[in-house]
Design a protein around this ligand. Structure first.
Ligand SMILES: Nc1ncnc2c1ncn2[C@@H]1O[C@H](COP(=O)(O)OP(=O)(O)OP(=O)(O)O)[C@@H](O)[C@H]1O
Ligand SMILES: [Mg+2]
Length: 273
C-alpha cells in the first residue's frame, strides 16, 4: 500500500515500482502491422491516456498486452514476462481490461457480477452464498464504484455509465493493479464522465491505469500523462500540454485536438510521407 491519494504525472517514479514495461511490441495481421514496435513504460500511480486516430492500433495494443492477440517483443509486469502467456494467466497476474462495449451479465445482480469476477475459476459464488456475507474485496469495490445501493439490482437495469463502473469494479475484485480501459466514457453524459474521471483518480493512486480515449476534454481533465499512437507507432508522449503543443500530434489530430493554439515553432515535419 502507498499513501498516494491521486495519480501524478509519470506515476510514483520515486518509489521505483515499475509496473509495466512494453518493449518493441509488434502485432501483425496477415502482413499488416497494426502495432509497430511500441515502447511504453507505465508506473504505479500513472493515469495514462492512450490517444490516436481510428485504426491507430490502440485496441490492438491493449489486446496484445492482455494476451488476446499474438505479439512479439516484450511486456513485463514488474519483471514478469507476459508475452506468450494465456489470457487468464495474464489476468491473474493483475492485468485487467475492459472492452469498447460493456460486457456485464445483464440478468445477474451487481453483486453476482462481482462474485463471478472475484471467483475467477474458483467456486467463490457458492462459498459466499454459504457464508451469507460479502467479501471485503467486494464491499470495497461496491464502495469505490458507488454501486453499493444497487448491489441487488440486475445489471441490465443499470445506466450506461454504471455498467462501465461495474466492469471496473469487476477488475478491482480480481485484484487487477494494471487496468486497461478501452474508451470507458464513450456514450456517457457529461456528469457520468466527471464521475468516471473521479473514479479513475480514486483507483489510480495505487494502480496503473491506461485509458484509451477519443474525448479530448476528458483527457485534459484527468490525464497525468499521454501517449499518442499513430499507425501503430508512438508518435508522442508527455504531459497533456506537451502533447498538445507537439506539431506532429496537431497534424494527426487536426480538427480534433486542436483546441490549444499551435505554437509557431519550427514545423518542418514530414508526417504525411
Ligand atoms: N483481427 C484483425 N484482423 C485484421 N486487422 C485488424 C484486426 N484487428 C484490428 N485490425 C486492424 O488494425 C488496425 C488497428 O486497429 P485498432 O482496432 O487497434 O485501432 P484503434 O486505435 O483501437 O481504433 P479505434 O479508435 O477506431 O477504436 C486497424 O487498421 C484495424 O483494421
Ligand atoms: Mg479501438
Amino acid at each position: 500500500m502507498t499513501n498516494a491519494s491521486a495519480p501524478a504525472f509519470g506515476g510514483n517514479a520515486g518509489m521505483s515500482s515499475q509496473y509495466l514495461e512494453v518493449r518493441d511490441l509488434r502485432v501483425t495481421f496477415d502482413g499488416f502491422t497494426a502495432v509497430d514496435g511500441v515502447d511504453l513504460t507505465l508506473m504505479q500511480g500513472d493515469l495514462r491516456f492512450l490517444i490516436g486516430p481510428n485504426g491507430a492500433g490502440k485496441t490492438t495494443l491493449v489486446d496484445a498486452i492482455t494476451g488476446l492477440v499474438p505479439a512479439t517483443g516484450s511486456v513485463a509486469k514488474s519483471g514478469v514476462e507476459l508475452i506468450g502467456k494465456k489470457v487468464h494467466k495474464i489476468a491473474r497476474l493483475g492485468v485487467g481490461r475492459t472492452f469498447q462495449t460493456a460486457s456485464v451479465f445483464e440478468q445477474l445482480s451487481v453483486l453476482q457480477n462481482l462474485d463471478i469476477a472475484a471467483g475467477a475459476g474458483r467456486s467463490a459464488l457458492t462459498l459466499l452464498r454459504r457464508r451469507g456475507s460479502v467479501s471485503p474485496r467486494i464491499e470495497e469495490a461496491l464502495e469505490i464504484t458507488g454501486l453499493g445501493h444497487l448491489r441487488d439490482k440486475p445489471a441490465g437495469i443499470l445506466a450506461h455509465g454504471q455498467k462501465q463502473w461495474l466492469e471496473i469494479g469487476m477488475l478491482l475484485v480480481q485484484n487487477a493493479d494494471v487496468l486497461l480501459l478501452d474508451e470507458p466514457v464513450a456514450g456517457m453524459s457529461h456528469d457520468e464522465r466527471e464521475e468516471t474521471g473521479n473514479l479513475l483518480r480514486r483507483i489510480g493512486g495505487e494502480r496503473t491505469v491506461v485509458v484509451v480515449e477519443h474525448d479530448m476534454d476528458f483527457m485534459r481533465a484527468f490525464a497525468t500523462s499521454v501517449t499518442v499512437l499513430h499507425a501503430g507507432k508512438v508518435l508522442a508522449e508527455g504531459t497533456v500540454e506537451q502533447v498538445q503543443a507537439d506539431p506532429k500530434v496537431q497534424q494527426v489530430y487536426l480538427g480534433t485536438a486542436s483546441a490549444a493554439e499551435p505554437e509557431p515553432t519550427a514545423t518542418k515535419e514530414t508526417e504525411n510521407a
